[in-house]
Every structure is written in structure tokens, then in C-alpha cells.
Design a protein around this ligand. Structure first.
Ligand code: NDP
Ligand code: MG
Length: 394
């Protein structure tokens, strides 16, 4: 039995992870679950899986969960420090990093420092702290299996050759595919009128609100370029992006002899998560087989970095190096939130991200504490910028 800690159990990645685990209860035991605010769902999940621990990171939610689970044998604990402690426990075999945003970064670092097998969905953590994640993994020997479908596809294509943070010698380049999100064919002058409801309605994937908006701006693909840069130790120029609206090919590896290996499947996160949970052994997942005859054709077009500026900003952040990706990520978390709360327009997400990426002038940071401080500082400045602009306009 493998003991699993599922961080962000109440989210979309949490749903898919627990759906896979339900099909294989003879192989997995839930050691711990985490939630932030969703009291109803975490109480239900706890009563179903009876984990050793439940961690709640929002104080108000914690009080409610604690009282609702008063008679349950599961220990209910509060705060992010508990997350870091639990993922490091020796009984834990697998940690699923499914928290959204940089809030998940400390627990990702804790799992890596403890040498765990980390199933990584939380891309913001590796975007912000890539350097730290890689140096900790090199020291601890932690295995990082990407769950993000593109990186999981590359991971599958590389097979035995994959070693976290090491570029395999016979790889020429990699190609990340992108669905293009809901607006890839929309004229840029209509971006101003896009509503949060339209932006979160992804044509191919059912995901949380933040990543859905990131997919619509193509910031998600930008964050994924940075994620691939760290995981596979590839420079900007060797990471290609192709819009592939059917979302069947999840990514490809282009080898030095001209061979290309691609991984295909229906757009369903249970597939990459199954491969992660199986730790390279395939788990039976009979719900969702691919029917290429029904799909008929697979098409590809170039990604438009002019129209989707966030994609270019991510490439700029890699070129700038150091803390630039962390700045871009923090600014983007604020601008996406502001868009979802109707404080700024869709087109302004890229505009403010660009301003922040090019305005902050901070020396390199070394530790997690410094990175968290930087993250906070960028968030404050981005919010101030938005307020100033909004006040000026009204
Ligand atoms: P959701 O919004 O659906 O879920 C987010 C989870 O994180 C919830 O469990 C939420 O708790 C928890 N959470 C939110 N804020 C905090 C916080 N401040 N501290 C601790 N926990 C918090 O997101 P997704 O599941 O869609 O995405 C999770 C991560 O996986 C993201 O980084 C995303 O980019 C990545 N990813 C997601 C994919 C998908 O298909 N959804 C695909 C590839 C990557 P609660 O709900 O209780 O408030
Ligand atoms: Mg992805």
C-alpha cells in the first residue's frame, strides 16, 4: 500500500486524483488531505477516505471543519506549516501537489527537501522557485513526476532517460501543445469585452478558475514553458509551442535523429495522474479510451505571441533569468484575481504583467523566505498599480 498525501484535495486536481485512487483502493491509502476554504467538500472527503490528517489552511474554515469532524478519528490541523511537516513524514510515499498558486510553494519545497516522490501539478511553485526546487532535488534525490499533461507527456516519451533537471543527451527539442483556449481565433480588439464567465469556460479541459483564465491568455502555456525549462533543463529556443485545438497530442519530444515521440489521449487529467500515481507502472483506467476515427484529424497552427502577449512575457522572463519568473508569476496571480473580480479587463492582464515584469528591480534571492517576501512585495505593487489606474480612469 502506498500512502498518499493529497494537497489541494478540494480542487480539480484533487478530484481527478481521488477519482483514480477510488479505482485502486487496494494499492493506495490516503495519509492526508488538505483544503483551504471548502468546508463541505473536505468534510465529505474525510468521512469517505478516513485519512490520518486533514490540514486546513484558512482559519475560519478550520474552526468549522474541526467542529464538524469532532467525532471522527482523523486529526484536523491548521496552517501551512502543518502541510510542510506532513509531507515530510516518513510514512508518506507520494505527495500530490494540487494547491493552486504560489501558496503551494513551501509544501512543494518541503516534499522535495524530504526526498519524496512528488507528483507536481502546482506549476506556480516551480515557476517561482525553479532554482531552489532543482538544487533541493539534487541534494535529496527526490523524484518529481509532472502531472501537468504536457510535461507528463514528455516524461512518458523520455521513459527511463528522465532524470529531474537533466537534459537527456539525445533530445534536440521539445514541443508543448496548447489547445489555444477559448479565444485563439478571436480578434484582439474584442479582448476588452471578454467576461470572466467566458474566460473560465475552457473548450477542452475542466479545470479550476485560475488555470482556466491562464489558458485563455496563454499565460498557462508561458508558465509551462518555464516549468519545462526547469524540469528538463531546456533553454527557451529548444521549447516549441504549437496550438493543437483537439488537445489529443499532449506534447512531443524531438530527438537528434529526427524521430519524434508524442503522447496521446483524450483530454482527461485522470490519465497523467494515473501514470504519476503508478510511478511509471500503468494503472488500469478503463473510462476514457481514445477513438481517433471519431476525431478524424489532428491539426496544428503557430501560437501567436503578438496577440497573446503573456506567452512572450514568459519567454522574456526565462531570458531575464533570476527572479523574473517569480515576479511574472506573482503579478499574474494578482491580475487574474482582479480580472475574475471584474476590477480589470481581460486585455489588461498582459498589460499589468508586462509592467510588473519590467519595473521591479531586485537582486537575486536565495532562500524560500526571500522568495516569499518578493512574492508579497510584487503582489502589493501590482495591486497598487491596478488601484492607481482604476482610480485614474473613474
Ligand atoms: P482549483 O482552484 O480547482 O483547486 C485549488 C486547490 O487549492 C483547492 O483545493 C483549494 O482549496 C486550494 N487552495 C486555494 N488557495 C489556497 C491557499 N492559499 N492555501 C492552500 N490551499 C489553497 O485548482 P486546480 O485543481 O485546477 O489547479 C491546481 C494546480 O494544478 C494549479 O497550479 C494548476 O495550474 C495546476 N494544474 C491544474 C490542471 C487541471 O486540470 N485542473 C492541469 C494542470 C495543472 P479550497 O477549494 O478548499 O479553497
Ligand atoms: Mg498543462
Amino acid at each position: 500500500m502506498k500512502q498518499v498525501s493529497v494537497l489541494g484535495a478540494t480542487g480539480s486536481i484533487g478530484d481527478s486524483t481521488l477519482a483514480v485512487i477510488r479505482k485502486h483502493l487496494d494499492q493506495f491509502k490516503i495519509h492526508s488531505l488538505s483544503a483551504h476554504t471548502n468546508v463541505k467538500k473536505i468534510v465529505k472527503l474525510t468521512l469517505e477516505f478516513l485519512p490520518e490528517y486533514v490540514v486546513i489552511t484558512d482559519e475560519v474554515a478550520y474552526v468549522s471543519v474541526k467542529s464538524e469532524l469532532e467525532n471522527c478519528q482523523t486529526k484536523v490541523v491548521y496552517g501551512t506549516a502543518c502541510l510542510d511537516q506532513l509531507v515530510s513524514e516518513s510514512v508518506v510515499d507520494l505527495v500530490v501537489a494540487g494547491i493552486v498558486g504560489n501558496a503551494g510553494m513551501p509544501s512543494v519545497l518541503a516534499a522535495v527537501a524530504a526526498g519524496k516522490t512528488l507528483l507536481l501539478a502546482n506549476k506556480e511553485a516551480i515557476v517561482s522557485a525553479g532554482h531552489l526546487v532543482m538544487s533541493l532535488a539534487a541534494k535529496s534525490g527526490a523524484k518529481i513526476i509532472p502531472l501537468d499533461s504536457e510535461h507528463n507527456a514528455i516524461y512518458q516519451c523520455l521513459g527511463q532517460q528522465y532524470q529531474v533537471g537533466v537534459r537527456p543527451a539525445d533530445v534536440n527539442s521539445i514541443t508543448l501543445t496548447a489547445s489555444g483556449g477559448p479565444f485563439w481565433q478571436k480578434p484582439e480588439n474584442e479582448f476588452l469585452h471578454i467576461t470572466p464567465e467566458q474566460a473560465v469556460a475552457h473548450p477542452k479541459w475542466d479545470m479550476g478558475a485560475k488555470i482556466s483564465v491562464d489558458s485563455a491568455t496563454l499565460m498557462n502555456k508561458g508558465l509551462e514553458i518555464i516549468e519545462a525549462h526547469w524540469l528538463f533543463n531546456m533553454p527557451n529556443n529548444d521549447i516549441n509551442v504549437l496550438v493543437h485545438p483537439q488537445s489529443i497530442i499532449h506534447s512531443m519530444v524531438n530527438f537528434i535523429d529526427g524521430s519524434v515521440l508524442a503522447q496521446m489521449g483524450n483530454p482527461d487529467m485522470q490519465i497523467p495522474i494515473s501514470y504519476g500515481l503508478g510511478v511509471d507502472k500503468r494503472l488500469k483506467n478503463d473510462a476514457n479510451f481514445l477513438n481517433l476515427l471519431e476525431i478524424g484529424s489532428l491539426t496544428f497552427v503557430a501560437a501567436d505571441c503578438q496577440k497573446f502577449k503573456c506567452l512572450q512575457l514568459a519567454r522574456d522572463a526565462i531570458s531575464l533569468g533570476g527572479i523574473a519568473p517569480a515576479i511574472l508569476n506573482a503579478a499574474n496571480e494578482v491580475t487574474v484575481d482582479a480580472f475574475l473580480n471584474r476590477r480589470i479587463g481581460f486585455n489588461q492582464i498582459a498589460e499589468y504583467n508586462d509592467r510588473m515584469l519590467n519595473q521591479i528591480d531586485i537582486e537575486a534571492v536565495e532562500s524560500m523566505e526571500q522568495l516569499l517576501q518578493l512574492d508579497q512585495q510584487v503582489r502589493t505593487q501590482t495591486n497598487t498599480l491596478i488601484k492607481q489606474k482604476t482610480n485614474h480612469q473613474s
